[in-house]
Design a protein around this ligand. Structure first.
Ligand code: FES
Ligand code: FE2
Length: 433
């Protein structure tokens, strides 16, 4: 039985601060798996990660080992990675292609849609035990694919996916509609790494505009040392520019709109750019978009957001064209999966630029990611200190513009988005979401 009743949970979240146990107590973590991750739609990945029959990938979501596979009829399946004989994990490879899955322990076999394919030496089982038994690989109670993104729910009674996403469904559409072919494709693999910190620290960080000028001083500072290192001398095309030259000034960040919607989803609007996109590559892109969408092309080409966070565990980053899955492993360990996505039908040059940008910023040693992971790890270890139990999120409190549907907006270095996540967390944990 949990040590946490609703009154105790409520005592952890104050309007302008949260108790450090929110991040460091293993009992809280276990309760989160049960009350948040088992009641939400979780993203597994994108179906283009497994393009051919027999392709599969494995991962652990909310402590559940799963396989995403493509069957010979081209259907996509999400299966629990657990043999129906004695429970062994049947597949240890992160990804691959296989005609069927065979458990390494005693050789029970399964088709790539999860159907039981047979057992070695069946004659020692009683008549009908194997043939009449239900030994297919178990699967999560719900699975849905929206615009190529594959979701599961660990509980039958979650709301419909579209209701769960609410206005955030448009954020997915905005991203996929940037592609002239109306599809994105994961054809460049992924980054997969861990940091020694609680999953919520990163969630709060992705919409945090208070930190970049300090944590990322070497990229966002006025001399932009790290970004300037990109590309050889005189190679303007080889340089990565995400921000205005003077974006380090506080006031530049303060112009940014941030906001959120019901169930803890949050977003940050698009960063200011040096100049609007132009040039021959972009003209080709514009032409493809006009061919595909006609009058809707200009609005479909517009990037509305810098990033969007789908509570509890994934995000879209638009400029670098990736999704990020944030997998809680334990109370102080989180796995990050960064999947770059190609805009199908757009010029190849745009894809290479996006990949380069991802490599520079979001690889484990990328300029931005290494800074962040250091900061998050410091939070996790600093919170062990005695003497002060509270983590402060008071910045701009009360300035949010809130509507009647659970949505709000604020701007700049406000900590409103993190406060919004804390409220959603409490609502889930107390059984009200
Ligand atoms: S545990 Fe899988 S075959 Fe025995
Ligand atoms: Fe950061």
């Amino acid at each position: 039985m949990s040590l946490y009743d609703n009154t105790t949970l409520e005592s952890l979240i104050k309007p302008d601060r949260v108790h450090k146990d929110y991040y460091i107590d293993p009992d809280i973590f276990e309760l989160e798996m049960d009350r948040i991750f088992s009641r939400s739609w979780l993203i597994v990945g994108h179906e283009s990660q497994i393009p051919k029959p027999g392709d599969f990938l494995t991962l652990t979501l909310a402590k559940q080992p799963v396989i995403m596979s493509r069957h010979r009829d081209n259907s996509v399946h999400v299966l629990f990675n657990r043999c129906t004989h004695r429970g062994a994990k049947i597949c240890n490879k992160p990804s691959g292609n296989s005609r069927r899955f065979e458990c390494p322990y005693h050789g029970w076999a399964f088709h790539t849609n999860g159907d039981h394919a047979g057992v070695p030496y069946p004659q020692r089982y009683s008549n009908g035990f194997i043939t009449d038994g239900d030994f297919d690989l178990p699967r999560p109670p719900r699975m849905e694919i929206y615009r190529g993104f594959v979701f599961i729910a660990l509980n039958e009674n979650v709301p419909e996916l579209s209701a769960f996403l609410g206005p955030m469904q448009r954020h997915i559409d905005n991203f996929v509609n940037l592609a002239p072919d109306g599809e994105v494709e994961a054809c460049a693999g992924m980054f997969r790494y861990r940091f020694a910190g609680n999953w919520k620290i990163q969630l709060e960080n992705l919409n945090d505009l208070y930190h970049p000028m300090f944590t990322h001083a070497s990229t966002t500072g006025e001399d932009g040392t790290q970004f300037r290192r990109q590309g050889a001398e005189g190679d303007e095309a080889g340089k990565v520019k995400l921000l205005k030259e003077n974006a380090s000034l506080n006031m530049e960040w303060e112009n940014q709109i941030i906001g959120g919607h019901a169930l803890g989803h949050t977003y940050m609007e698009r960063f200011p750019m040096d100049k609007e996109n132009s040039g021959p590559v972009f003209s080709r892109y514009r032409n493809s978009m006009k061919d595909a969408y006609g009058d809707a092309a200009e609005s479909n080409m517009k990037i509305h957001h810098h990033n969007s966070i789908f509570f509890p565990h994934w995000s879209i980053q638009y400029m670098t064209q990736h999704i990020r899955i944030m997998n809680p492993i334990s109370v102080d360990c989180t796995e990050n999966i960064i999947i770059p996505l190609k805009l199908k039908g757009a010029p190849e040059e745009m894809w290479y630029a996006a990949l380069k940008s991802n490599n520079n910023s979001h690889s484990p040693a990328g300029m931005v990611m290494a800074d962040d992971m250091d900061a998050w790890t410091r939070c996790q270890s600093g919170m062990q200190a005695q003497g002060n139990d509270w983590i402060v999120f008071a910045r701009s409190i009360g300035e949010e513009k809130i509507d009647n549907n659970g949505s709000f907006t604020d701007f700049g270095t406000s900590e409103a988005n993190a406060r919004h996540q804390h409220k959603a967390w409490l609502s889930y944990m107390c059984g009200n979401a």
